[in-house]
Design a protein around this ligand. Structure first.
Ligand code: CO8
Length: 257
């Protein structure tokens, strides 16, 4: 297995640590391919209910690997479908994913965090889209997901200037869901993930698909998708169990079907 990531399993939670410490976890093909392979394995594993992605204390990730990209020309990136070819595995992953961000999440690192379903940040975390300074644009979803997360004014400000946004601003803006001291954020993400992973897996998958529809369809279409998905939950053994357990004042035993 590639050394660019560290994979651990904690009961029903999969933990992926980005691991290129010598370059602030800059994201190259080897790392992104390894991340995709790890996600494939977690997707196929019925025992995994939630995933946490993290980096090191210094860096979640400082972006795409600039040394690797430096000499690429238009045909290189176009023909090989740069970004789409391996970064987007995270977009199609169907189980919940929490990004636990410590240190810097810059450029592609920030975009990777935004591809996750929710972001927990260390109080010392810093987010930025500094691509403009390299004369490229945030091209792994940054120009689309940042305005959806924090609104147009702040997204334009971040993209035009490349400035760093601290965790408090990111939380106020809606990019980050929770802030913890740096030495606690991974444990807190794992604890939240463990709680999530206790829920019915098909319901979690339906929830994720339904919330994501909010960003991809007009309100009425999204509401229709939500309503039909709600109806589908009534086909689950877990729905019978969840409601019976509530009425019998006991903990549910979900079978993930
Ligand atoms: N790629 C490759 N190497 C990197 C990267 C990176 N993104 N970031 C840091 N490194 C390397 C440095 O080159 C350096 O290597 P060496 O020791 O061999 O000189 C090492 O990491 C340490 O870095 P610094 O010496 O710069 O350490 P500092 O503590 O002074 O600064 C920072 C740390 C703030 C993280 C600084 O390195 C930095 O600003 N990094 C680059 C941030 C950046 O511009 N990121 C965006 C990259 S572009 C991108 O992500 C686009 C992705 C998607 C769209 C694709 C379109 C291109």
């Amino acid at each position: 297995m590639s050394k660019t990531i560290i994979v651990e399993i904690h009961d029903r939670v999969g933990l992926i640590g980005l691991n290129r410490p010598e370059v602030y976890n800059a994201l190259n093909d080897e790392l992104m391919n390894a991340l995709g392979t790890a996600l494939d394995a977690f997707e196929a594993d019925e025992q995994i209910g939630c995933v946490v992605i993290t980096g090191s204390e210094k860096a979640f990730a400082a972006g795409a690997d600039i040394a690797a990209m430096r000499s690429w020309d238009y045909m290189d990136v176009y023909k090989s479908d740069f970004i789409t070819r391996n970064w987007e595995r995270l977009k199609t992953f169907r189980k919940p994913v929490i990004a636990a961000v410590r240190g810097v999440a810059l450029g592609g690192g920030c975009e990777l965090a935004m591809m996750c379903d929710t972001v927990f940040a260390a109080d010392s975390a810093k987010f930025a889209l500094p691509e403009v300074r390299l004369a490229v644009i945030p091209g792994a979803g940054g120009t689309q997901r940042m305005p959806r997360a924090v609104g147009k004014a702040k997204a334009m400000d971040l993209c035009f200037t490349g400035r760093f946004m601290d965790a408090a601003e990111a939380e106020r803006g809606g990019l980050v869901s929770r802030i913890y001291p740096a030495d606690q954020v991974v444990d807190e993400a794992l604890a939240a993930a463990a709680g999530i992973a206790q829920q019915s897996l098909p319901v979690l998958m339906m929830l994720k698909e339904s919330v994501n529809r909010a960003f991809e369809s007009p309100l009425n279409e999204g509401l229709l998708f939500e309503r039909r998905t709600l109806h589908a939950t009534f086909a689950l053994a877990d729905q019978k169990e969840g409601m019976a357990a509530f009425l019998e004042k006991r903990k549910p035993k979900f079978v993930n079907r």
